[in-house]
Design a protein around this ligand. Structure first.
Ligand SMILES: [Zn+2]
Length: 371
């Protein structure tokens, strides 16, 4: 009896494993487990087994029945997966294709690219300077006195306790203006190098004196991340600024206003204008706040802007002390500088009021996909 059961099991399992479709499996099931199936009939014969061995044989019979049922179930699953695979592999070239979702640049990146290209057209070259910077370039060389509140660590991130005797502590740049003196130093060094090469012209190549030779012309656009210890709905710890610096002979406020108007019309539209208001900054003299006409009412005054103007940011004529720190003779050269927030001009352009500026950096697609 035991032998008969085991051979039935072997027969059934080998047939099941060979089955290549569900219909065959059903037939095998009927052949073994159906009402007059081979296994069913054998199970009925258990009554003929002597009583003392009946329990043992009975439990073996149940095991065999169970393993046949399981083998059928398993094979069914395998066949199902194979069918899916085959279906997937079938390529119908006449079907319309599936479009992969296409993203776009982050709106801050879009704004930076547009700003770069606008200034590029009037000769301002984009540069990159360190965002982890010496205190010297961020404050001292920009005419900030030792005790100025912006140097307080409530505003600025001081990264380590490492200090240089001349350049001070290492900080995260709180503004893009720290690129100004670096750009001046770079331009002066280049001109001195040239002067040394053609020493016969008599231009002084010495490093100790302020540069008053010919050909100094700076048109810099520094776009970078800035960091301040602030975080609320209208301030983020990290934000972006773009900084313009123009230095040359006889550069005046007229040039600043011209560049400003050019930018406002190129970026915001022909129907927008700008104005300058007196203000105070450490590194410019005179200094101004720049306003742009509101995009909604175009200067007439509305709920959004109240008086028709929106504040864009600061600008001014480069302070003679800053030119001096940059190694440039302020008696011969002058310049203007401006520093504006990328996030701010972006919102002014789009006419969007973002309730929480932190949304820009949350990577929420529902938000970003609107732009
Ligand atoms: Zn308005």
């Amino acid at each position: 009896m035991e032998e008969k059961l085991m051979s039935l099991k072997n027969d059934a399992v080998s047939l099941i494993l060979d089955a290549s479709d569900e219909k065959t499996l059903e037939e095998i099931k009927l052949q073994f487990l159906g009402r007059s199936g081979r296994l069913t009939l054998t199970l009925k014969e258990i009554t003929k087994v002597p009583l003392e061995r009946r329990a043992e044989v009975g439990s073996l019979a149940n095991e065999v029945k169970q393993s046949v049922e399981e083998a059928i179930e398993r094979q069914k699953q395998i066949l199902k997966h194979q069918t899916i695979k085959v279906r997937k592999q079938t390529l119908d070239v006449t079907n319309p294709g599936i479009k992969p979702p296409l993203g776009h640049l982050h709106l801050i990146t879009q704004a930076m690219e547009e700003i770069t290209s606008i200034f590029d057209k009037i000769g301002f070259t984009r540069v990159r300077y360190p965002e982890v910077e010496w205190d010297y370039y961020a404050f001292t060389a920009l005419n900030f006195p030792e005790n100025h509140p912006a140097r307080d660590d409530w505003e600025t991130f001081f990264t380590t306790e490492q200090t240089d005797s001349e350049k001070g502590q290492i900080i995260l740049t709180p503004h893009t203006s720290s690129g100004q003196v670096r750009e001046m130093e770079r331009s002066v060094a280049k001109l001195r190098e040239l002067a040394r090469e053609r020493s016969e012209t008599g231009v002084d190549g010495s490093k100790d004196k302020l540069y008053s030779g010919p050909d100094l012309s700076i048109r810099m656009l520094n776009i970078a991340k800035c960091y301040r210890r602030q975080s609320d709905v209208s301030h983020t710890q990290m934000f972006h600024q773009f900084e313009g610096l123009c230095v040359g002979e006889n550069i005046s406020i007229v040039h600043l206003k011209g560049v400003l108007d050019y930018f406002v019309k190129s970026y915001f539209g022909e129907n927008r204008t700008s104005r300058i208001r007196p203000y105070h900054f450490q590194f410019t003299e005179p200094s101004f706040e720049i306003d742009v006409t509101c995009g909604v009412c175009l200067g007439k005054g509305c709920k959004l802007c109240k008086a028709g103007w929106l504040e864009m940011g600061g600008a001014g004529m480069v302070h003679p002390n800053v030119l001096t720190y940059g190694g440039i003779d302020p008696k011969k050269y002058s310049g203007f500088a401006f520093g504006w927030g990328v996030e701010r001009v972006l919102m002014m352009k789009e006419g969007i009021e973002i309730d929480d500026l932190r949304l820009l950096y949350s990577n929420k697609l529902e938000f970003l996909e609107q732009f």
